[in-house]
Design a protein around this ligand. Structure first.
Ligand code: PLP
Length: 475
């Protein structure tokens, strides 16, 4: 038995015997480290294992607690396998349909790609108004690529927190992470090239590949640890793959986070095979644990990791501020930005400089993480107690998405239409695959609806799923 299993078993048996009861605090990571003479990674692995079993849960800035709900959590999905080596991507039509539906105001927004707007700070509006008033026409030149020097400095300072150095000159401001990914792809690929991606993955990345005439090599992905590095290594070694796009921290749609050692190994693979790895870090700030997970970029020694960040998910969706830290491709991304959209709106850049300089960002992030973590816990409990027991579900440690595998007889696209009529939006599985796989899977957003709406929406969905599953044929 490995050391982390020993720790997990010991705590599980304390819970089973009633030595640790519902709502009790689990011994801190530090004290368990001392007791078992192991490093923090081993303890965290044991605690994650207990979380996955539904025995304990982490609460932001408070530690781990024994779960109060007697509901046994649904099992996690198995690894997502790949059946085809690579191919053209053909998903846009379906995605546009679902995207249009996202704009409709339904009662419960589980299909939305956004956080509840009420979770964002009102001070941002003041910063926006003050930027609009204060921006002098002549000063707009200062916001041309690579973007506001002050904004790049403030972003660079945030990287210091997670222990690695990205200088202001390594950063190019973009219009959201989406443009950053697009510019990075354009810098490292040509039409017809093959790009390795996770499966399932963020639908906009798929659309981008389709639109740029790139082929996708879907790589097997684990619902807990992310992209399969052995499979990726084979793809890199074959020479067929020209780049890779991954979401290592709170993957969309799975919510998974690659362990630190996997991130390090990914950075080494990029360096060894000289394959650019585009790291989509749009959700990196939304962690539920005590510390920000490290990025792949923090292990990058030779500039093969092109890191893409954003303030859309954690602070200001409407301002469309993102950035790329593209390593050895910085110059190419910078030039590409000029040709793509010249500049990202100066007033938006300036508004975020003003907001970030006045303080309060950290406090806002703490509140946001707390709200998302509560939404996550509520949704995990509600889905576990209401959905059929043979469903499977991921266990996010951050972000605001989770993935549910329904019984095989349930068709997610039909369910999505029925749910829409019943006032609940969901994101159907096929939009997350280049091959339109996952016909019986859905992605649920736990960061938009209120807690009562989560309960009500899950209950409505569960009824639809049960009647479809009971019908024995696709609903
Ligand atoms: C994984 C992922 N990357 C990037 C983006 C886009 O981020 P932005 O709004 O900063 O362009 C999203 C938005 O849904 C996302 O889910």
């Amino acid at each position: 038995m490995t050391r982390y299993q020993t720790i997990a078993n010991e705590l599980a048996s304390m819970i089973a015997k009633g030595l640790l009861r519902a709502e009790d605090r689990v011994p801190s990571v530090r004290s368990t480290m001392r007791k078992h003479r192991v490093n923090p990674g081993t303890v965290l692995r044991a605690y994650r294992d207990l979380e996955a079993q539904g025995l304990i849960e982490s609460r932001p800035r408070s530690g781990y607690f024994v779960r109060s709900s007697g509901v046994k959590r649904l099992a996690e999905p198995k690894q997502f396998k790949v059946t085809r080596r690579s191919g053209a991507v053909l998903v846009s039509e379906l995605i546009f349909e679902v995207f249009e539906a996202m704009k409709q105001r339904v009662l419960v927004q589980f299909g939305s790609a956004f956080v509840n707007p009420e979770l964002f700070p009102v001070e941002l509006n003041r910063a926006g108004a003050s930027a609009a008033r204060g921006l002098k026409p002549a000063a707009t030149l200062e916001y041309l690529p690579p973007g506001s020097a002050e904004l790049r400095r403030l972003i660079a300072l945030r990287y210091l927190d997670s222990g690695h150095i990205v200088g202001p000159d390594d950063i190019v401001i973009t219009t959201g992470a989406l443009e950053a990914i697009f510019l990075c792809l354009r810098a490292v690929t040509r039409s017809g090239d093959t790009v390795a991606i996770e499966t399932p993955t963020f639908y906009a990345t798929l659309q981008m590949l389709e639109w740029m005439g790139l082929r996708a090599a879907e790589i097997a992905t684990d619902p807990r640890t992310g992209i399969d590095l052995d499979a990726l290594k084979l793809a890199f070694a074959s020479g067929a793959v020209k780049a890779c796009v991954v979401i290592p921290t709170f993957q969309n749609p799975l919510g998974s986070c690659m362990p630190e050692e996997h991130k390090r190994a990914l950075a080494r693979l990029a360096e060894r095979y000289r394959v650019p790895v585009i790291e989509d870090a749009a959700y990196a700030e939304l962690y539920f644990g005590a510390t920000r997970p490290r990025s792949v970029k923090s292990f990058d020694r030779a500039g093969w990791v092109l890191h893409c960040g954003s303030l859309s998910k954690c602070l200001a969706p409407g301002y469309r501020i993102g950035w790329a830290a593209p390593g050895r491709f910085t110059r190419a991304v910078w030039e590409s930005k000029i040709m793509s959209s010249l500049t990202t709106a100066p007033v938006c850049q300036e508004a975020l400089v003003r907001y970030m300089k006045r303080g309060g960002f950290e406090q806002h992030l703490r509140r946001l993480r707390q709200a998302l973590s509560e939404g996550c816990r509520e949704m995990l409990n509600a889905v576990s107690s209401e959905f059929p027991a043979d469903c499977r579900m991921t266990r996010p440690d951050g972000g605001y998405m989770l993935w549910v595998e329904l019984p095989k007889t349930v068709d997610a696209l039909t369910l999505y239409r029925l749910a829409q009529t019943a006032g609940v939006s969901i994101a159907p599985g096929p939009i997350f695959s280049a091959q339109r796989k996952y016909p019986n899977c859905i992605r649920l957003n736990f960061g938009h609806a209120s807690i009562p709406q989560i309960r009500q929406g899950v209950s409505t969905l569960a009824q639809l799923v049960k009647s479809a599953a009971g019908a024995g044929k696709p609903c």
